[in-house]
Design a binder for this molecule. Structure first.
Ligand SMILES: NC(=O)c1ccc[n+]([C@@H]2O[C@H](COP(=O)([O-])OP(=O)(O)OC[C@H]3O[C@@H](n4cnc5c(N)ncnc54)[C@H](OP(=O)(O)O)[C@@H]3O)[C@@H](O)[C@H]2O)c1
Length: 342
């Protein structure tokens, strides 16, 4: 039997990874699910007999054999990303990364010459934020033609579908020192939630979109519970997250924060607005349930595009390889709603 191209999903049984695995295997794409304890992925293998296979891998120590038989690698974990990307690209294997950390993306961008030399593609900023925020920001800037500023607001569900690594990432950002020039909090009207106060937050888009769109980009966050947002950012201002991280470490702090009775649900909104000097404004938003679900849907779409057509070699961000129209059109089938001029 001839098999089609095979996709390796690192962290393929995590909160995002299992969405990617299910989406691809559901469309008949063979998937190798990798992680340190692949026994945790037995259910996925049972759901898709013959299509999902398991591989024990620790990416911190893995060598090139990690990639055996793979045509595309999806990195659903933030560990040793640049090393894994380098292993992929030097072997001509395409690479997709859902990382939301600016320093990780900076390291990956530096691999652009390697990718070009080996005629391989790395797609970064894949997911919700970064991800859908990228395509919405590009659409806003294209609509206005002479945009002078872009504002990205992300509302996250406090009891969403995120796994331990996503919770860890959020706590890392809350514990990070405030940067000069990171902007002020703002009132933003979000579909389904009304006017909310959103706080400056270091989504990677702020850096990568500012570079790729050539327009200053500000990123903010709030949570679905307004009271919890005020409380968490009050604690942040008082330095409680920074102190907690120093005392107990990020992992324990994230576990403790996840157990706080903050309420909330799994709904999210990403909202992007752009303005120009003439006072024109455009805005788009996407809302839905489960930020990891949305991230996995976008990642699976990117993989299918890489398997379907040549998107050009090099290291690119999502909005540089995938048109907004096609991506936004497929979202409703996955329970996500696209709002224009919200
Ligand atoms: N772009 C976006 O919008 C977006 C949205 C959501 C999440 N994210 C990012 O996606 C990442 C994953 O989030 P998640 O909620 O899916 O986390 P998760 O549920 O904790 O999943 C992480 C997965 O990675 C595996 N893993 C951890 N360390 C590993 C290692 N050294 N080698 C191989 N596999 C390893 C874990 O399995 P084992 O521990 O058994 O190895 C698990 O399968 C986070 O970094 C998060 O920030 C991005």
């Amino acid at each position: 039997m001839t098999r089609g191209p095979t996709v390796l999903v690192v962290g393929g049984y995590g909160a995002v990874g299992r969405v990617v695995t299910r989406a691809l295997a559901g469309r008949g794409v063979p998937v190798v699910v990798a992680g340190r304890d692949p026994a945790r992925a037995r259910n996925l293998a049972r759901e898709h007999p013959g299509l999902v296979t398991l591989r024990a891998v620790d990416v911190e120590t893995a060598d090139g054999t990690l990639l055996d038989g793979s045509d595309v690698v999806v990195m659903c974990v933030e560990r040793a990303n640049a090393r894994v990307a380098n292993l992929c690209l030097t072997r001509g294997v395409h690479y997709v990364d859902i990382s939301a950390t600016a320093t990780v993306l900076d390291d990956l961008e530096r691999l652009d010459p390697v990718a070009r030399r080996h005629d391989a593609t790395a797609v970064l900023s894949v997911g919700l934020a970064p991800g859908l925020t990228n395509v919405l920001a590009r659409r806003c800037v294209d609509d206005l033609r002479s945009a002078t500023g872009v504002e990205v607001t992300v509302l996250l569900g406090l009891s969403g579908d995120h796994g331990p690594d996503s919770a860890r990432w959020t706590v890392e950002q809350l514990a990070a020192p405030r940067r000069s020039g990171e902007g002020r909090r703002a009132r933003v009207t979000l579909p389904g939630f009304g006017a909310r106060t959103a706080h400056p937050f270091a989504f990677s888009d702020q850096h990568s979109l500012t570079r790729t769109l050539g327009v200053p980009v500000t990123t903010r966050v709030c949570f679905d519970s307004a009271a919890a947002t005020a409380a968490l950012f009050g604690l942040r201002r008082a330095g409680v997250f920074r102190l907690g991280r120093r005392l107990v470490g990020t992992d324990r702090l994230a576990r403790t924060a996840s157990r706080l009775p903050l309420g909330g649900g799994d709904r999210f909104v990403v909202h992007v607005a752009a303005t120009d000097d003439a006072g024109s404004r455009v805005a788009y938003a996407v809302s839905g349930r489960g930020e990891c679900h949305a991230t996995g849907v976008v990642a699976a779409h990117v993989v299918e595009e890489l398997l379907r057509r040549n998107v050009g070699s090099g290291v690119r961000h999502l909005d540089q390889v995938i048109g907004a129209g096609a991506l936004l059109d497929l979202l409703p089938a996955h329970g996500l709603t696209v709002h224009a001029s919200a």
